[in-house]
Design a protein around this ligand. Structure first.
Ligand SMILES: Nc1ncnc2c1ncn2[C@@H]1O[C@H](COP(=O)(O)OP(=O)(O)OP(=O)(O)O)[C@@H](O)[C@H]1O
Ligand SMILES: [Zn+2]
Length: 460
């Protein structure tokens, strides 16, 4: 199986450090707002990658962090007049709800920066002790980029160019323009943690170095993230981790392509974004997932209503092929030529576009068997279609449920996901959120019945 490695700019035969085990870390969200479709891209891309690796028999340990302390978080909390942790708590719950609706499996670990302050401090300490970092007069601590000769190896930037291009602001306490903050001294009134360098909070880059090595070890197999993270974030992670541990940090670097709107990256700062929940008001969750999965994870994808509607039509074609058919039992149908072609596409750097083309071939075959009146063969091919779709997290609901959702009704999977989110909210004693979910369901004609066995639902 081959994976494109950003570090070497080529597809490489994938060989994890341990034969059947994969350790993977992906940079997750900075939780100050709802996730938009660009975030969904990263969530879904690495979900498919994890699912396929597991399907191939690897025992995957998937860690995706949450950045729950950051300038943007503090600014937004202040704007809202709330404690920052209330804001981040709410956004984390919303993210989990969005993920569940998109069929994204939870990562095995979801470390939050604020729970790893001790590990972060320990790593900074090691970097200072080994001469790779220094404390500035104002209590900030910086990484000394010139102390790491390999700096730039991921982004292929030259340190000399970086130094020539940057200028040190008179306000800044760093020695060299390319240096970056590991620890930021607290400003008056800001949330802070005690450290050997005084009250302060960690920089963003060191959080990921500390959390990833703590969860996965000094060296691990795959590190992923969105398109804009290669520089400086991942470059800085390499510098910090390799200087602190003395070992190679990561073997394979994977970067998802951007979701764009009118040729520009969808982003909060540009204001050209659509949140996942806005989009899910208009389109069934599986259509949105299909839209994201039908392009290769490294390609850029243009968001438009036309493109989402097109995704809805093509996914409908697959469900039409399954309509009125009870697929033969899993296991009852041995591997086919289609399974082989599907695996060949996925083994080639997770080529989901190629894999989905195979799904459409299977659908065509089902339709042909139907026209020929060969019901038994149609049922067998349907089993293959559902089996292959399942590897991508698609085609797991009944066609009826899908078409219901497509015409505006909530699908059973969406309802179950919301009931789960409500149960989570109750467990966290967030009754306002639990009630909000109940009301939202009621508005859509779904009535919940709570009993000792759990919550069941029915349509009004
Ligand atoms: N338009 C996009 N397409 C693909 N990935 C994206 C897009 N926008 C953000 N991401 C990715 O989502 C992940 C979470 O990013 P983070 O929470 O830091 O968002 P952000 O960079 O603040 O978002 P924004 O760019 O909207 O300000 C990162 O891996 C980031 O690269
Ligand atoms: Zn990161």
């Amino acid at each position: 199986m081959r994976i494109y490695n950003t570090l070497t700019r080529q597809k490489e035969e994938f060989k994890p450090m341990e034969p059947r085990r994969v350790r993977m870390y992906v940079c997750g969200m900075t939780v100050y707002d709802y996730c938009h479709l660009g975030h969904a891209r990263v969530l879904v891309a690495f979900d498919v990658i994890t699912r396929y690796l597991r399907h191939r028999g690897y025992d995957v340990h998937y860690v995706r962090n949450i950045t729950d302390i950051d300038d943007k978080i503090l600014a937004r909390a202040e704007e809202n007049g709330e404690v920052y942790s209330d804001l981040t708590g709410r956004m984390i719950r919303a993210m989990h709800e969005d993920e569940a609706r998109l069929g994204v499996l939870s990562p095995d670990e979801e470390p939050r920066a604020t729970a790893y302050i001790d590990d972060i401090i320990a790593m900074i300490h090691r970097l200072i002790a080994s001469g790779h970092a220094y404390e500035a007069a104002n209590g900030d601590v910086y990484f000394a980029v010139e102390s790491f000769p390999d700096y730039g190896k991921l982004s292929k930037k030259k340190l000399d160019d970086l130094l020539a291009g940057a200028r040190v602001d008179v306000q800044e306490a760093k020695r060299s323009p390319a240096d970056f903050a590991l620890w930021k001294a607290a400003k008056p009134g800001e949330v802070s943690w005690d450290s050997p360098w005084g009250e302060g909070r960690p920089g963003w880059h060191i959080e990921c170095s500390a959390m990833s090595t703590k969860c996965l070890g000094d060296t691990f197999d795959i590190h992923g993230g969105g398109p804009d993270l290669m520089f400086p974030h991942h470059e800085n992670e390499i510098a910090q981790s390799e200087c602190a541990t003395g070992h190679k940090f990561v073997h394979t670097w994977m970067h998802a392509g951007a979701i764009r709107v009118n040729k520009e990256k969808m982003s909060k700062s540009l204001g050209n974004f659509f949140t996942i929940r806005e989009i899910l008001e208009k389109y069934p969750a599986e259509v949105v997932r299909y839209f994201l999965v039908s392009s290769h994870y490294r390609s850029q994808v243009d968001y438009s209503e036309d493109n989402l509607e097109e995704a809805g039509r093509t996914l409908s074609r697959l469900y039409h092929a399954l309509r009125g058919i009870t697929p033969a039992k899993e296991g009852a149908v041995p591997e086919t030529e289609f399974d082989r072609q599907f695996a060949e596409a996925m083994d080639d750097d997770f080529n989901t576009a190629g894999a989905i083309a195979v799904l459409h071939q299977v659908a065509n075959e089902i339709n042909q068997f139907r026209r020929d009146g060969d019901t038994e063969q149609a049922h067998r091919s349907a089993a293959v279609l559902v089996r292959l779709g399942g590897i991508l997290g698609l085609l797991q609901q009944s066609p009826d449920a899908f078409f219901q959702a497509d015409t505006g009704e909530l699908s059973a999977a969406d309802i179950e996901a919301m009931i789960q989110a409500r149960a989570d909210a109750r467990k966290a004693k967030n009754f306002a959120e639990a009630d909000r979910i109940r009301d939202e369901l009621l508005e859509k004609g779904i009535i919940l019945d709570d009993s000792r066995e759990g919550t069941s639902w029915r349509r009004a």
